[in-house]
Design a protein around this ligand. Structure first.
Ligand code: ATP
Length: 254
């Protein structure tokens, strides 16, 4: 039921194969510090991409470039064909961003938070759509109308993902999504991300957490000092050789 193209409600085969998130030869500098160095990365519809990197590798900067908060000194970025540098508002209409710590209005219920943010995005606050999004995100019905002030991190994340579902965005960006989640909440998050994959959403998560990335990602990219040094695609039933990935990552972060 969730379209990947706001307003159109359908995707053609050609669109499914297209990279909906496209970063090409991007450079970002903070003064003398080259933080993103010819970064090229793309994520397709229905793909979950995990960008792994040590502290300071440039993961947050990559998200900030995609959100139009940081302007590259070279290269190009497109989100669903829109340049977030020249058209940040239009680009953000195509993206949901879920930070490590989701902030919601604690005195409002889950449903009211979603209605409020949909209103800000000038989208219809249809009650049934909100219920359906919260159901799909796995938030218990009994919690839909409870104030979110006391919600756990996992529950807040579900509300944020429900908002992304209700907005029908083609791109979801997640910053350290599994950090601070217990194993059950992590499993729920992963099954929710799988569902988004089925809905043809392109998901980019940035993380230090190799194991949770290997559980769910279709491709894993290693970012080191602003460069994408390696990409590995899931293959077969084992998906990834986690030990080899770990050796690779530990070598990079040592
Ligand atoms: P972490 O995992 O620690 O969050 P990261 O991979 O997200 O790290 P970034 O936050 O993107 O890394 O930072 C990349 C580099 O850019 C670091 O060297 C950081 O110090 C630098 N940096 C980030 N933001 C700024 C800024 N606003 N001004 C100057 N330097 C910055």
């Amino acid at each position: 039921m969730y379209a990947t193209q706001p307003g159109t409600g359908s995707t053609s085969l050609a669109e499914e194969k297209a990279a909906v998130l496209d970063i090409h030869s991007v450079q970002v500098r903070y003064g003398e510090n080259l933080v993103l160095d010819s970064l090229t990365l793309n994520v397709h519809r229905g793909e979950i991409y995990a960008l792994l990197g040590a502290n300071g590798a440039g993961k947050t900067t990559t998200l900030n470039v995609l959100l139009g908060f940081v302007k590259p000194s070279a290269g190009s970025v497109r989100i669903n064909g829109v340049d977030p540098v020249s058209h940040p508002d239009q680009a953000r209409q195509n993206v949901a961003y879920i930070p490590e710590n989701v902030s919601l209005y604690g005195h409002l219920s889950a449903r009211e938070n979603i209605a409020y943010f949909l209103d800000l995005a000038e989208q219809s606050e249809d009650d049934q759509l909100i219920t359906c999004a919260l159901d799909t995100a796995g938030l218990d019905r009994a919690m839909h109308d409870r104030r979110v002030g006391r919600f756990s991190k996992g529950m807040r994340q579900k509300v944020a993902i429900a908002l992304a579902l209700a907005r029908e965005v083609p791109v979801l960006l997640l910053d350290e999504p599994a950090s601070g989640l217990d194993p059950r909440a992590t499993a729920e998050l992963n099954s929710l991300l799988s569902r988004l994959r089925e809905q043809h959403v392109a998901v980019l998560m940035v993380t230090h957490d190799l194991l949770s990335a290997a559980d769910i990602a279709d491709r894993v990219g290693f970012l080191d000092a602003g460069r994408l040094v390696e990409e590995v695609a899931a293959d077969g039933s084992e998906r990834f050789d986690v030990r080899a990935l770990h050796r690779r990552f530990a070598g990079q972060t040592a």
